[in-house]
Design a protein around this ligand. Structure first.
Ligand code: HEC
Length: 306
């Protein structure tokens, strides 16, 4: 084979790789029909959300402070989810107008879909949690609207193409945890559920200070933050059953490390520092994980994974 032939083969291989990656990106776009279906579902979601807020305003005075702070966190999350959703829909529109010839655009869409799917999951967890709290207080109507919203997010999640293919959601790997303020980051991202001092809310949100889930093997809290946690768990001999949202799409590796180090420092005893590299390593090890962990999995896998 002479040099010219080799060059030709390389060009052909390059072309094949390029075409197949276009194909990959393409599977993340919605057809016109899918787009309409999702838009209809989203309109219904928004009107139920408005109804929830109207009910909430009427009842605010009677609600405990945990629930009130949960509502304010949820409203913040809702508007970020909304931005992500709109970007995804605009990307799909763009495709219909410009044609589907750009690989980079396809990959961008892949990430945007995952990001929006991530938001839907977080909103599901949030509304489930609120439904449970209302239920416990005997507020059937508010519980029902929250449960319904959670189901609507679940259905919309199924309408996004390409979510079952593993993907790196945008995960910022830059930064130095030592330069970040873990306590502030905790307040902004976790306190609404786990309490101002990470003391938890008895029976609803588990404590994070002196929690065996935070202070033990590094990979446990890291995986919880990356992918979420669901189902029955026991913390400090008390049982909880809720859902903890994933934070991979919301925090950088350095931010996750800073928050966990803050919580480990606040806990009794000495616990090795978590570095940004720890987070990246574990994120890479479990890169195709798309669903929250459960207690059993975290314990079983722990043995070989220090
Ligand atoms: C929307 C409410 C919510 C937010 C916000 C939230 N969590 Fe959680 N978290 C939960 C729930 C509910 C559980 C229990 C899950 C279960 O029962 O399986 C939990 C469990 C945990 C656990 C394991 C149990 C324990 O007590 O140690 C860790 C660790 C944790 N969360 C850390 C965090 C950190 C750090 C943040 C902020 C970056 C955060 N969570 C934000 C709701 C939340």
């Amino acid at each position: 084979m002479n040099k010219k032939d080799i060059g030709l083969y390389l060009v052909i291989i390059g072309l094949l790789v390029f075409l197949s990656s276009c194909q990959m990106g393409r599977s993340d776009y919605m057809s016109e029909e899918q787009r309409k279906e999702l838009e209809t579902a989203y309109d219904s979601l928004q009107s139920n959300y408005k109804m929830l807020l109207v009910n909430y305003e009427a009842e605010t005075d009677t609600l405990p402070s945990e629930l009130k702070s949960l509502y304010s966190q949820m409203q913040k999350m809702h508007s970020e989810m909304d931005v992500s959703h709109r970007q995804m829909m605009a990307g799909n529109m763009g495709r219909h107008m410009q044609g589907d010839n750009m690989m980079a655009e396809g990959m961008g869409m892949h990430m945007q879909s995952h990001m929006t799917g991530e938001w839907y999951s977080q909103m599901m967890g949030m509304h489930d949690q609120m439904a449970r709290m209302h239920q416990r207080m005997g507020q059937q109507d508010m519980a029902r609207i929250n449960r319904h919203l959670s189901e609507e997010y679940g259905n919309m999640r199924k309408m996004i193409p390409g979510l079952d293919e593993p993907s790196e959601v945008p995960f910022n790997e830059e930064g130095d945890p030592a330069l970040l303020n873990g306590e502030n980051l905790y307040s902004q991202n976790c306190a609404s559920c786990h309490g101002g001092n990470a003391e938890g809310v008895s029976g609803v949100f588990p404590p994070l200070v002196d929690s065996e889930w935070v202070t033990g093997d590094k990979s446990v809290p890291i995986r919880i933050l990356l992918h979420g946690l669901q189902g029955e768990i026991e913390v400090q001999e008390q049982e909880y059953q809720g859902s903890m949202p994933s934070f991979k799409a919301r925090l950088s590796a350095a931010e996750i490390a800073a928050i966990l180090n803050h919580l480990r420092e606040e806990s009794e005893g000495d616990h090795p520092n978590i570095s940004q590299e720890d987070i990246i390593r574990i994120s890479n090890t479990y890169s195709d994980r798309a669903t929250p962990w459960n207690a059993e999995e975290l314990n079983v896998q722990e043995q070989g994974n220090q």
